[in-house]
Design a protein around this ligand. Structure first.
Ligand SMILES: Nc1ncnc2c1ncn2[C@@H]1O[C@H](COP(=O)(O)OP(=O)(O)O)[C@@H](O)[C@H]1O
Ligand SMILES: *[C@@H]1O[C@H](CO)[C@@H](O)[C@H](O)[C@H]1NC(C)=O
Ligand SMILES: *[C@@H]1O[C@H](CO)[C@@H](O)[C@H](O)[C@H]1NC(C)=O
Ligand SMILES: [Mg+2]
Length: 326
């Protein structure tokens, strides 16, 4: 313990006890919560104060904050709650999120983290790997493989309730991900336990086919909410597996069915973009203004060319556009 910290701690104990005695009669005074003070003093650690799953919170977030993704919302809620409520899972939970850009894949990963860690996405137990940042060069696959194994092993050694997010999965050089297969496969490798961690893959692989399915549904006059997982399952796995671009390609991960769940993210419609714009204003502490949201949403590009139903880049840019229409 650093001397300064020691002093602060002592001071706090002294102060709080005298303060409590002095002002006890006044009911408006809030007694400092020892658990909270103690834990914030020492910083984030791998215990139930910092890590506890909020099932109602996850449900509420998926219902109120994630727009237009009824399939993803349902599967994510069920699989994450099932996994987090299991005290002794056999292997880690592996989620694979697929869909066009700006439809909420990164966003939903944040919602998951927010409802597991007190510090949410910024917890030190949430590890995000990005293709362009961590694995930029195809020539260095061998190095990446051992680096990634090391990162994952260290992460889980620090805390078995860890989340690993692989962003832009389709750009990670083929083979790199395969190096973590043993960890996903068995719960325990070299004395390190992996079965309590969550691994989330994000990718655009299969986005074209997901989009095509959504457009066909729309053209046939069917409700978006009628789309079901089975409308996508049949094509998602073969595409991911066969795509040359994909780091899943010829991947042993698929081979051995290690990816628990494929989760399609649907292209977003105008009304969802409006919802995103309203949420963006709320987030920035602005009074949400329907008129502004409407203009921001209308300024985006939509497809198919003629019918203009789905936003080309989803909700990606709309948060910045609400500034333009005050
Ligand atoms: N379905 C959605 N519901 C609510 N907000 C969304 C949704 N999709 C995107 N957004 C908003 O747009 C931003 C960018 O989306 P992001 O999750 O990064 O897209 P992706 O990872 O699918 O490319 C998010 O931070 C979020 O604010
Ligand atoms: C103090 O905070 C902890 C964690 O937030 C909580 O579980 C506990 O009930 C609180 N105690 C009191 C006395 O408020
Ligand atoms: C869980 O989430 C709900 C809804 O967001 C919130 O009201 C509640 O305080 C959360 N519970 C804990 C223990 O954080
Ligand atoms: Mg993304």
């Amino acid at each position: 313990m650093k001397p300064s910290k020691q002093h602060v701690l002592l001071l706090w104990i002294l102060l709080s006890s005298t303060v409590i005695n002095a002002v006890e009669p006044f009911s408006s005074f809030k007694i400092p919560n020892f658990t909270e003070t103690w834990n914030s003093f020492w910083g984030e650690s791998c215990n139930s104060y910092w890590i506890s799953f909020n099932q109602t919170g996850l449900k509420a977030d998926l219902e109120n904050k994630l727009f237009g993704q009824h399939i993803a919302s349902d599967i994510i809620f069920k699989s994450v709650s099932g996994f987090m409520n299991d005290d002794n899972p056999k292997k880690p939970l592996v989620l694979s999120l697929h869909g066009p850009t700006g439809t909420g894949k990164n966003f939903v990963s944040q919602l998951i983290a927010d409802n597991i860690y007190k510090k949410g996405y910024h917890s030190k137990f949430v590890h995000v790997f990005s293709a362009t940042l961590h694995f930029p060069h195809r020539s260095e696959i061998v190095t990446y493989k051992s680096q990634l194994q090391e990162w994952i092993k260290n992460g889980v050694t620090n805390c078995e309730r860890s989340v690993f997010i692989f962003d832009e999965m389709n750009q990670i050089p083929p083979g790199v991900i395969d190096s973590i297969k043993p960890y996903l496969d068995y719960g325990k490798v070299e004395g390190v336990f992996f079965q309590k961690s969550i691994i989330i893959f994000l990718s655009n692989t299969g986005a074209d086919q997901i989009t095509k399915t959504a457009v066909d549904f729309w053209k046939n006059g069917k409700d978006r909410e009628e789309m079901m997982l089975k409308d996508f399952e049949s094509f998602i796995s073969p595409i991911v597996f066969n795509s040359d671009q994909s780091s899943f390609s010829k991947s042993t991960l698929i081979d051995s069915c290690l990816l628990d769940v494929f989760i399609p993210f649907l292209p977003l419609e105008y009304k969802h973009v409006v919802q995103c714009a309203m949420a963006a204003m709320r987030d920035k502490g602005r009074q949400p203004d329907e008129n502004v949201a409407d203009r921001a949403a209308r300024s985006l590009v939509y497809y198919p060319k003629l019918e203009k139903v789905f936003a080309v880049s989803g909700c990606k840019t709309v948060a910045n556009r609400v500034h333009l229409y005050r």
